[in-house]
Design a protein around this ligand. Structure first.
Ligand SMILES: [Zn+2]
Length: 123
């Protein structure tokens, strides 16, 4: 559950630096590994339009969020302690997310490249 003091952070327009008080009340800072900062920075930069080195993405797919919007996503991800598997894919037919370890498929000769089980059945 979100801490009461953190609940309004991303939309709190009164706070100039919403992230600075996001972990309020604990007194002792939790240990944060440097690579966690780099990971968050990479996500933050990506959401604002910078595709990481080594990845290619069609320009129309690259997100261009404002810094506040990008920070809201980073905040959401860390608040939920998300560690997402890269097995999660998005169906190119219906747009739903699915776990490719459990269902759906991938076509080398796409599009569609990724398809969920329901769309696979309808092919
Ligand atoms: Zn589908």
């Amino acid at each position: 559950m979100p801490h009461p003091e953190t609940q309004g952070d991303p939309v709190d327009t009164k706070s100039e630096q919403p992230g600075r008080r996001g972990r309020g009340g604990r007194g002792v800072m939790a240990d944060t590994k440097p690579d966690q900062l780099a990971t968050a920075q990479t996500l933050f930069d990506f959401l604002r339009g910078r595709v990481p080195d080594g990845y290619k993405l069609a320009e129309h797919r690259v997100p261009h969020l404002t810094p506040d919007q990008a920070w809201c996503v980073v905040w959401y991800v860390q608040e939920l302690h998300m560690q997402l598997s890269d097995a999660i894919e998005r169906c190119d037919v219906c747009g739903d997310l699915f776990d490719s370890n459990r269902e759906g498929g991938y076509a080398e000769d796409g599009p569609p490249w990724h398809f969920c089980e329901a769309c696979n059945d309808n092919r």
